[in-house]
Design a binder for this molecule. Structure first.
Ligand code: C5P
Length: 300
């Protein structure tokens, strides 16, 4: 019997996040261009008497260990589908910023799903796993798939995208998290009665990804949630300005924030921007990561 299974799963940055009007179900239709980047959580599952979740890492204290954890929900969803008990100990080695707009919780959901699937030998198809991911959350399917992808619907309907190179990023981690529903609600509030166009992926952005052109990508990135994240956390403006001054090609809020993302030309510029952000005192921690990287992967 397999004693344990470990899955490595990446963080994401949204290079485009176009948000449509609020839908009757409370979600927003999106054109969401995801890029998986090289910050990873590792999720290990092993048989246990009952379902339990533990977490290690600098920010482990901020991770809920109850049934609200997406990793626990993933194990329960897969077990329910295959008519078995979710009796596993899930251990998360956390390196992705918590509640930061980098899909750390979604990563743990996708990681636990893949790990339990391997541990239990369910034989679930990729489509089935993606379906469960979509039930768990809008960003969870992308954590499974990785690479680069366009997410339509609420972000769960994925089309893989071609990329022609590696993009070098710096991430500034803010103090504390931001609630994703609160950021979407603030986006709606700021828009008021204004007409909101249908969200569409930018052709220039998809071209830039395809050709691996960082400068062109920098000119095309956009995040409709950024004004809302900055409205709820005004100090992010100083972080964004510090990265721009340090020579980042683009400075943006990552997803719903409060992590900010800085696209740079090459690894040397990434180091330079990281040092300047660190020295600016406008953030809690600075991380360097490049992408695309592959999605959730079972470690040998
Ligand atoms: O799907 P997920 O659980 O990650 O969504 C969290 C919250 O983010 C939703 O309850 C909703 O408030 C908001 N959201 C949204 N539109 C999306 C995705 C998320 O309004 N496309």
């Amino acid at each position: 019997m397999t004693a344990s299974v470990t899955v490595r799963v990446p963080a994401k940055v949204n290079v485009q996040l176009a948000v449509g009007p609020v839908r009757p179900d409370g979600f927003h239709d999106l054109a969401n261009v995801f890029l998986a980047v090289g910050l990873h959580d590792e999720v290990t599952v092993r048989p246990a008497d009952e379902l339990r979740v533990t977490c290690e890492g600098p920010d482990a204290g901020q991770v809920p260990l109850d049934a609200s954890n997406l990793a626990a929900r993933a194990a329960l969803a897969l077990a329910a589908r295959y008519g078995r008990e979710a009796n596993v100990h899930i251990h998360i080695a956390k390196d992705i910023p918590v509640a930061g707009g980098m899909a750390g919780g979604s990563a743990d959901g996708a990681g636990a799903l893949l790990a339990c699937d391997a541990l239990w030998g369910t034989g679930a198809s990729r489509e089935e796993l993606l379906e469960i991911c979509a039930e768990l959350g809008s960003d969870v399917p992308f954590s499974l798939v990785g690479g680069a992808a366009l997410g339509r619907g609420r972000g769960e309907l994925l089309t893989p995208l071609e990329t022609g190179g590696t993009f070098h990023w710096v991430f500034a981690v803010a103090d504390g998290g931001l609630s994703t529903p609160a950021v979407y609600a603030e986006c709606d509030r700021l828009r008021g009665a204004a007409e909101v166009p249908e969200p569409l992926a930018s052709a220039a952005l998809l071209d830039a990804l395809r050709t691996g052109d960082a400068k062109a990508l920098a000119d095309a990135v956009s995040n409709d949630l950024q004004p809302a994240a900055v409205s709820l956390r005004p100090s992010l403006a100083a972080t964004l300005a510090a990265g721009e001054e340090a020579g980042a090609l683009a400075a943006m809020v990552s997803g719903s924030g409060p992590t900010t993302a800085f696209l740079t030309a090459d690894p040397a510029s990434a180091d330079q921007v990281a040092q300047a952000l660190h020295a600016s005192g406008t953030c809690r921690a600075v991380r360097i990561a490049s992408g695309p990287v592959k999605g959730a992967t079972v470690l040998a």
